[in-house]
Write a protein that binds this ligand. Structure first.
Ligand code: V0D
Length: 258
């Protein structure tokens, strides 16, 4: 009996979610959603589990979020998985984190292929362990012809370093005559960033209650709508993504109405 009620509840919830998805799809959906996936360590601590248990649970949420984003017609999902600051964490935690891309892709790459998802990465690849880098580069190669959602992992990424590198590259191109100083503007500057082929994010989500950017996409977020939530990343569910998008759509509507 209890099982029957649970099953009914589950089906009822998912049909409720489907209705909500259909409503959302009637209005413009953000093309590019970026997420700072914070709160994995805190989620684990609350349950007296090691931090890595939170990271592992967070990985499963990446899969579900990707699936829903694809279903909603979002074109790009950028996920902040590892910052250039995260190397300061205990070596054992970093070693575990660096195994997650392989585990994720080992489990979900066939599913991503079936869903036509294209995997990309932005960040400093050279500093990643070779096993991590190989797994990611294989996934990028295997999915490069897919024309559905772009799943863009920010991994060993830092925005200030990205901007400095762009400036250095620009100075070099000016010196060698590839670029004319007078033609440098916001548009041409953007083409030197790691996001050169991507539109700027329309919506930024940060979980776990911190209200800051933490060196994430400083240039690209200039006009982005922000949505912050206290929900910890491993607890982030489809309903939360839908809530963020509904709020985004309401803000757009008010903005358009003026
Ligand atoms: C831990 C929450 C998927 C944030 C999500 C190395 C912290 C789970 C990936 C992943 C991490 C990265 C690249 C790729 C495929 C999957 C991932 C890291 C951390 C940092 F091509 N989850 N995930 N990478 N966590």
């Amino acid at each position: 009996m209890l099982n029957k009620i649970k099953l009914w509840k589950k089906e009822n919830n998912s049909s409720e979610l489907r209705d909500r998805i259909e409503q959302i799809k009637k209005l413009p959906v953000p093309d590019h959603v970026a997420i700072i996936m914070d709160g994995n360590g805190r989620w684990a601590k609350k349950r007296a589990l090691p931090r890595i248990a939170g990271h592992h649970e967070g990985m499963k949420v990446v899969r579900k979020t990707t699936k829903l984003a694809n279903e909603l017609g979002i074109k790009v999902l950028t996920l902040y998985a590892f910052s250039t600051e995260n190397w300061k964490r205990p070596k054992s935690e970093v070693d575990y984190l660096m195994k997650l891309p392989e585990e994720f892709l080992g489990t979900f790459l066939p599913e991503l292929m079936k869903e036509n998802v294209q995997v990309r990465m932005m960040g400093y690849r050279e500093e990643l362990p070779i096993h991590t880098r190989r797994a990611i580069e294989k996934a990028i190669e295997d999915t490069k012809e897919n024309d559905g959602l772009i799943l863009n992992f920010a991994l060993n990424y830092g925005s200030r370093a990205e901007i400095i590198d762009a400036v250095k590259h620009i100075l070099n191109d000016c010196k060698s005559g590839i670029l004319n100083e007078k033609s440098l503007d916001e548009h041409s500057f953007s083409s030197y960033l790691m996001t050169s082929q991507l539109a700027d994010p329309d919506l930024l989500i940060r979980t776990s209650g911190e209200i800051r950017l933490s060196n994430f996409m400083l240039w690209q977020l200039a006009y982005t709508e922000f949505w912050f939530t206290d929900i910890l990343w491993p607890d982030f569910k489809g309903e939360h993504l839908l809530e963020a998008i509904e709020i985004f759509q309401n803000r757009q509507r008010r903005f358009g109405g003026i």
